[in-house]
Design a protein around this ligand. Structure first.
Ligand code: FES
Length: 162
C-alpha cells in the first residue's frame, strides 16, 4: 500500500509530463531516479492514474534494460567484461567484488542496499581496460586491489554524508 506522500509524489511527476502514453518512459525514468528501481505497487498506481493496463506498463518496464523492478544499491557498479576488458583480466575484478560484498549468483545487491554489481559488454572505454562504471562515472585500469580500495572510499564517503 503506497503512502499518501508517495502517491502525491507520483501524481506530481505525472502532472509534470502529462498523462499521455508518449510520456511514459520519461515518467518511469524520473520515478526510478527517486526510488532507484520501479516498485510493483508504484507501477500499478501509475497504470491506474494513466488509465493503462498494468500489463502494458510492466511490459515497458521489463523491456528496457535501464529499468529495474528490483531494488538496487546506492552505488551501481558495472564491471565491463567486453573483449578488451576480459583479456586484461576483468573477471578477477568481478570476483574480488563478489567476495568483498558477499554476493553470489543470483544475489547482486548487498543487504544494506549500498552496492549492486552488474556486468556489461562494453563501456566504450576500451583504452582504459579493464574498466568499470559506478553511477555513470568510469574508472579505468582497475585491479582486484584497486576495486576494494574504491569500495572502502565509497563506504567512507557514504558514512560522511550521514
Ligand atoms: S570492452 Fe570494456 S570498455 Fe570496451
Amino acid at each position: 500500500m503506497l503512502t499518501l506522500d508517495t502517491r502525491n509524489e507520483i501524481d506530481k511527476i505525472i502532472e509534470k509530463y502529462g498523462s499521455n502514453r508518449s510520456s511514459m518512459i520519461t515518467i518511469l525514468q524520473e520515478i526510478q531516479g527517486e526510488y532507484r528501481y520501479l516498485p510493483e505497487e508504484v507501477l500499478e498506481y501509475i497504470a491506474h492514474k494513466m488509465d493503462i493496463s498494468p500489463s502494458k506498463i510492466f511490459g515497458i518496464a521489463t523491456f528496457y534494460e535501464n529499468f529495474s523492478l528490483e531494488p538496487k544499491g546506492k552505488y551501481v557498479i558495472k564491471v565491463c567484461d567486453g573483449t578488451a576488458c576480459h583479456v586484461r583480466k576483468s573477471i578477477p575484478i568481478l570476483n574480488a567484488l563478489i567476495k568483498e560484498l558477499s554476493l553470489s549468483d543470483g544475489k547482486y545487491t548487498t543487504d544494506d542496499l549500498m552496492f549492486t554489481v552488474e556486468t556489461v559488454s562494453c563501456l566504450g572505454a576500451c583504452g582504459l581496460a579493464p574498466a568499470i562504471n559506478i553511477n555513470d562515472k568510469v574508472y579505468g585500469k582497475m585491479t582486484p586491489e584497486s576495486i576494494v580500495e574504491l569500495l572502502n572510499k565509497l563506504r567512507e564517503e557514504s558514512t560522511d554524508e550521514n
